[in-house]
Ligand binder design. Structure first.
Ligand SMILES: C[S@@+](CC[C@H](N)C(=O)[O-])C[C@H]1O[C@@H](n2cnc3c(N)ncnc32)[C@H](O)[C@@H]1O
Length: 522
C-alpha cells in the first residue's frame, strides 16, 4: 500500500525543498541498499510532487520505517513532517463545510485505516527522533517531546530535574496518547478556526474514543491545513524542525530569519568550495551560520551596523563550533592563496560600502564576492517602510551590487513584496547598469505569513564610480556641445565680453544725455 508524507516548507520555494528531499532520499536508499526501482522512481521525481507550501512523498509502506524517519528528520528545508491521511480540493466554504469535512475525515474504510496507520507511524517517528536526541545531550530539554522526556526519565537521567523550565513528566502511553487539533486556515470560510478545532476534535474522538484531548503539550498533533477550497490533513510526525536555531543558537532575536529559509537561500545561491559569501546586514548571523553548516568549505563575512547583533552572531558561531575568522584573514593578499574557512563578523554600515573610498573590511572586496545573501529590514518590526525606501535601500542596493563579481557573482536579497520595492529595485538597476548590464529574477516567498520577494541579481559589468562620473560630467557636456556646433566653446569669456559691451553702451548713452542737457541749459 502507498502512504503519503507531506513535508511543509517555505511557500514559494517548494521546488528547492523538493531538490533537497530527493537528494536525501537518494543518499539514504543507496546507503541502505534499498530496491533499485524505488531509488530510480525517487530520482525521476515520480514519487515526489509539490503543493502550496509542501512537498509530498508517495512511499510504498514497506519503506516507511524508523530508519527512514531518522533520515528524514535531517532535512534542513522542512519545518514539519505530516503523515497525510487525506487531501481534497473542493472544500465548500459555506454552511455545509463542517459536515463535508466530517464525512471526508471518517466516512470511508480506507481513511479510518489511515488514521490507525498514522498513529503507528507516529510511534516509529517518536522512537527514531528520541534516538537522535539521545545522541545529542546538548539539546534543550524544552524542545523534546513528551515521549523523549519519558524515555530519559526511565533511563535515570536527571536533566529534567535540573532544567528550570522543564515540563512535568508524565507516563506516556503510546497506545492511548493525548492529542490536540491544530487548524491553519486561509480563506473566507464560514466556520472560523476557533469553532472548527473543537468540532474536528469531536470527530476524531468518535474515531479514537480512548484518546484524550490535551491542549498544552499533547503527544499527538492532528493537523488541518485549509487554503480556500483546498484541504490537507493528517498526523504531525515531527514538528518544529525550523526551530533548530533555538537549539543551535545561544542568542535569538525577533527579526532572525527562519533557518529553513536561510538554508534554502544558501541552496539557491549554489555555494561552492572556496567561494566568498557575505551578509552585510547579518543580525545574529542566521544566514551565514546555516550556510556554513551546509557548505563549510567557503569563507563567510557577516557585518551589521550595530555592535550588539555582531557580538551575538559571534557567540552563536562559537556555540555551533564554527571557526571564527579575523578581518586580517580576508586581506586582498589572502584572497587567492591559503583561503581560510569560517565566518568573520564585524561592524559596518551597509550604506558606506559603495563610495569607492570606503575604508571598511569591504574596501578590498569590491567585485570579488561570489555570493551576497541578505535580509534587510522591511520596516515592519523596525524602522518604517518609507524611510527604508527613501534613505536605506538606494544606497544599500548600490553597495551590495558593488560587492558581487561581475557575471558569476549573485546577490540574493529578501525584500517586502510591495510594488514600490519592486519598482525601486528595477529603477535603480536600470540606472546603474542600463538595459543589458544586469539580469535578475524574483520569487515570491512567505515568511511567517508575511509576503516577501526574493531578488536574485547578477551584474554583467562593473559599475562606474559615481564620484568620477560627477566630476567628468560638465566636461563631457562641453565636448558634446563642441561636436554639435563645431565651434570653440566661449564659456565664461563670452559672458564677460557681453558685460563690457553693455557697460560701454550705458556710458555712451549717459554721455549723450548729459551733452543734451548742457546744450539746453546754456
Ligand atoms: C531583518 S534583520 C536581519 C536578520 C538576520 N538575517 C538574522 O537572521 O539575524 C536586519 C538587520 O539589518 C541591520 N541593519 C539595518 N540598517 C543597517 C545598515 N545601514 N547597515 C548595516 N546593517 C543594518 C539591523 O541591525 C538588523 O540586524
Amino acid at each position: 500500500m502507498t502512504q503519503f508524507l507531506a513535508f511543509s516548507t517555505i511557500h514559494g520555494l517548494e521546488k528547492e525543498c523538493l531538490g533537497e528531499v530527493k537528494e536525501l532520499l537518494h543518499e539514504y536508499l543507496k546507503k541502505e541498499k534499498i530496491e533499485l526501482d524505488f531509488l530510480k522512481a525517487v530520482s525521476d521525481k515520480e514519487y515526489l510532487s509539490t503543493r502550496r507550501g509542501y512537498v509530498v512523498l508517495e512511499c510504498p509502506s514497506q519503506y516507511l520505517n524508523m530508519s527512514l524517519f531518522g533520515a528524514l528528520t535531517k532535512l534542513k528545508s522542512v519545518q514539519r513532517i505530516i503523515y497525510l491521511v487525506g487531501e481534497f480540493v473542493k472544500l465548500p466554504m459555506d454552511d455545509t463545510m463542517l459536515s463535508y469535512l466530517q464525512t471526508e475525515i471518517t466516512s470511508n474504510k480506507e481513511t479510518n485505516k489511515k488514521w490507525q496507520q498514522g498513529h503507528d507511524y507516529w510511534k516509529s517517528m517518536c522512537l527514531a527522533t528520541s534516538l537522535n536526541y539521545l545522541e545529542n545531550d546538548s539539546v534543550d530539554h524544552r524542545f523534546k517531546s513528551s515521549y523523549i522526556r519519558y524515555i530519559e526519565a526511565n533511563k535515570g537521567t536527571d536533566e529534567s530535574k535540573t532544567d528550570k523550565q522543564s515540563i512535568p513528566i508524565r507516563e506516556l502511553n503510546v497506545d492511548e496518547p493525548t492529542y490536540r487539533i491544530t487548524c491553519d486556515r486561509i480563506g473566507s470560510h464560514v466556520q472560523k478556526t476557533d469553532i472548527l478545532e473543537p468540532q474536528l476534535a469531536h470527530v476524531i474522538h468518535t474515531q479514537f474514543p480512548t484518546w484524550q484531548v490535551k491542549l498544552s503539550y499533547p503527544d499527538i498533533h492532528i493537523y488541518f491545513d485549509l487554503f480556500h477550497e483546498q484541504c490537507l490533513f493528517g498526523i504531525i510526525l515531527r514538528d518544529g524542525m525550523h526551530r533548530r536555531n533555538r537549539r543551535n543558537l545561544q542568542h535569538h532575536f525577533q527579526t532572525a530569519l527562519n533557518p529553513c529559509l536561510c538554508y534554502l537561500l544558501a541552496r539557491i545561491a549554489d555555494i561552492k568550495p572556496h567561494m566568498y559569501v557575505c551578509d552585510p546586514m547579518c543580525g545574529i548571523g542566521s544566514i551565514l551560520i546555516e550556510s556554513f553548516l551546509s557548505y563549510p568549505h567557503a569563507t563567510y563575512i557577516g557585518t551589521d551596523w550595530k555592535f550588539k547583533p555582531v557580538q551575538e552572531a559571534i557567540c552563536n558561531t562559537k556555540y555551533c563550533n564554527i571557526p571564527l575568522l579575523n578581518t586580517s584573514d580576508l586581506k586582498e593578499d589572502n584572497i587567492n592563496d591559503e583561503q581560510k574557512y569560517g565566518i568573520c563578523f564585524t561592524t559596518v554600515d551597509v550604506t558606506t560600502i559603495y563610495p569607492p573610498q570606503c575604508n571598511s573590511i569591504y574596501s578590498k572586496l569590491k567585485n570579488k564576492i561570489d555570493v551576497v545573501i541578505t535580509d534587510p529590514p522591511f520596516g515592519h518590526k523596525h524602522g518604517t517602510y518609507q524611510n527604508n525606501r527613501e534613505h536605506l535601500y538606494p544606497k544599500m542596493i548600490k553597495s551590495l551590487m558593488s560587492l558581487i563579481k561581475p557575471v558569476t557573482g549573485k546577490l540574493l536579497m529578501v525584500l517586502n513584496k510591495a510594488t514600490m520595492e519592486r519598482k525601486l529595485v528595477k529603477e535603480l538597476l536600470q540606472q546603474m547598469y542600463g538595459d543589458e548590464g544586469c539580469k535578475y529574477e524574483t520569487k515570491e516567498v512567505d515568511i511567517g505569513g508575511f509576503n516577501a520577494l526574493l531578488f536574485i541579481i547578477q551584474k554583467l559589468k562593473v559599475e562606474e564610480d559615481t564620484i568620477e562620473k560627477d566630476t567628468h560630467a560638465p566636461k563631457k557636456k562641453e565636448k558634446k556641445e563642441k561636436k554639435k556646433t563645431g565651434k570653440k566653446s566661449t564659456g565664461n569669456t563670452s559672458h564677460a565680453s557681453n558685460k563690457i559691451i553693455a557697460i560701454t553702451l550705458l556710458v555712451l548713452v549717459l554721455g549723450l544725455v548729459a551733452k543734451l542737457l548742457l546744450n539746453s541749459f546754456w
